[in-house]
Design a binder for this molecule. Structure first.
Ligand code: UD1
Ligand code: CA
Length: 530
């Protein structure tokens, strides 16, 4: 056993331990155009769950083996680096509220992620083989031990993996595998032991299993700790003699046993975490489990969920204390919500930032927007990317906002479109106001300075600037800049014709008879000239 592996295993990455994540398969059973490991669970591509674990466990770096849609997988991994990984992986004791100090890529102590390409998907054993070159190039030597993870097992917990590593170490094993006892083991590799509870002999894949083997309920989770000196040498010995004509990683277990080396096995504490996602149904199961955990975590952190069953909170969302979420709220992506907010029903917030004391009324859709402290929106508001609502601003029903800043305390309460606008503080946007930002070819900006009053049903034809303290008369179509403190009236002047309506009523009544005629009624000559 290499010396590094004897160091105590706490909450930090294990020195000398490297991680390999297998993520090259297409995942045919998903029946998808997209590679399996990019399918999201709680808003997060599956492969990132494995990557989080690897980050927290492997002190000697991680290789992700990519193949199908490798560029897209790489892009997701890079984006995670940029956005920073969550500091605490799934299943860890506690995620602190308002956590900002993330341990992610680029943090000085974290080893980098390397990518290896598996050009042809010839099996899990072949996938792991591809990692060797990457490790050698990066470090000049193999690691003392490897933890190998399937890219499609997002429910796996850090505690379980740490226990597996401890077992590997205490048994001084060559290979240590994680197993689970399932009522329905179909589809998984079965763990063949000597006798019923004797030592592990080998793993047999579902498709290669005899009827007796298929009846075994102990399955291979697809998580392994393997001695560094043994791993790649054993992989070289693999042969694709099986139903799928693939190089099975699982065959290294039998190989180690044949050579009299120690193979250890640990049964996962819950069958749930062993779930490998091969189908959409399994994907939905995983989603449900993770969502329940996320809801439980936020309730424990002091957030009220009025109906956890219909509250959807993505993995990377942050929520402040005493915030209340009503039924059917969806919080997506990197959304952060401050303390004491109320988010009413049927609302979806995506990649948005809400300060404290924000109220979102029912039925709002908010994406890539920032709402400062004390903002109120909705019901039925649509905030599109680039919306910034400053402190205490209000956006009411049937208002759409895009790439617009609404200043402190300003209001757009009813039936309005604000696009490409910079709006100062203390502004009142009347009902039905429209910034006409698009001429069919280009987009232009509308500037509304502080303390402006825009009357109802006005159109502001951009580019246009309304100076500080000016007023726009209701129903105006503003095509020219308005100087500060001026009144702009841009509509036809009103003309009143006395008695006209009454005369028309009489005329219409006459016309409804069989032979209507202006002359016969004699009223036409009396019509006003107006
Ligand atoms: C695998 C195990 C099986 C175990 C199950 C647990 C093997 C041979 N079988 O089966 O014993 O019970 O996981 O979920 O390992 N991959 C590659 N390149 C390849 C093939 C696969 O990178 O050439 C990746 C996939 O992207 C996936 C992972 O390896 O992330 C597992 O592959 P998958 O085809 O799902 O294996 P299973 O048939 O589920
Ligand atoms: Ca699988």
């Amino acid at each position: 056993m290499p010396p590094a592996a004897h160091q105590p295993i706490g909450q930090s990455p294990v020195p000398g331990l490297a991680a390999i994540i297998m993520a090259a398969g297409l995942g045919k059973r998903m029946k998808s155009k997209r590679v399996k490991v990019l399918h999201a669970v709680a808003g997060r591509p599956m492969v990132l769950y494995a990557l989080d674990l690897a980050d927290r466990l492997a002190g000697a770096g991680t290789v992700v083996v990519v193949g199908h849609q490798g560029e897209q997988v790489k892009a997701v991994i890079d984006a995670r680096g940029a956005a920073c990984a969550p500091a605490v992986a799934r299943g860890s004791a506690k995620r602190e509220k308002g956590l900002t100090a993330h341990v992610g890529r680029g943090a000085p102590s974290t080893p980098s992620i390397l990518l290896a390409e598996q050009k042809q998907q010839l099996g899990t054993g072949h996938a792991v083989m591809q990692a060797r070159g990457a490790f050698l190039r990066a470090r000049g030597a193999p690691a003392s031990a490897y933890v190998i993870l399937n890219g499609d097992t997002p429910l796996l917990r850090e505690e379980t993996l740490r226990a597996l590593i401890r077992l590997h170490e205490s048994r001084r094993a060559t290979v240590t595998i994680l197993t689970a006892l399932l009522d329905d083991p179909a589809g998984y590799g079965r763990v063949v032991r000597r006798g019923v509870e004797g030592p592990v002999l080998r793993i047999v894949e579902d498709r290669d299993a005899t009827a007796t083997e298929a009846a075994i309920r102990e399955i291979n989770v697809g998580t392994y700790v393997v001695d560094g000196a043994f791993l790649f040498e054993a992989l070289d010995k693999l042969e694709p003699r099986n139903a799928q004509r693939e190089y099975y990683l699982t065959d290294i277990v039998g190989l180690a046993v044949e050579r009299g080396m120690t193979v250890a096995a640990m049964v996962a504490p819950s069958a749930e975490e062993s779930l490998g996602i091969n189908t959409r149904r399994q994907l939905a199961t995983a989603e449900q489990v993770i969502r329940q955990e996320i809801c439980a975590r936020w309730m424990e952190a002091g957030v009220t969920l009025r109906d956890p069953a219909t509250t959807w909170i993505d993995h990377d969302v942050e929520i402040g204390q005493d915030t209340v979420l009503y039924p059917n709220v969806t919080l997506e992506g990197h959304t952060t919500i401050g303390e004491d907010c109320v988010i009413h029903a049927q609302t979806r917030l995506t990649n948005s930032e809400l300060g404290a004391h924000v109220v979102v009324q029912d039925g709002c859709v908010v994406k890539d927007a920032r709402l400062e402290e004390g903002v109120t929106i909705g019901p039925f508001a649509h905030l599109r990317p680039g919306t910034v609502l400053r402190k205490g601003a209000k956006v009411g029903n049937f208002v759409e906002v895009k790439k617009t800043e609404l200043g402190e305390g300003s209001k757009a309460n009813h039936l309005t479109y604000l696009g490409d606008a910079r709006i100062g503080r203390g502004v009142n946007i009347g009902a039905g106001t429209i910034t006409c930002n698009y001429d069919g070819v280009h987009k232009y900006e509308t500037v509304i300075e502080d303390d402006v009053f825009v009357g109802s049903d006005s159109q502001l034809i951009a580019p246009v600037t309304v100076g500080r303290g000016a007023m726009i008369a209701a129903g105006s179509t503003v095509t020219q800049d308005v100087p500060p403190d001026a009144l702009a009236v841009a509509r036809a002047l009103q003309v009143n014709r006395p008695g006209w309506a009454a005369r028309r009523r009489v005329l219409m009544a006459g016309n409804s008879s069989k032979t209507p005629s202006l002359k016969r009624t004699g009223k036409a000559t009396k019509r006003s000239k107006g």
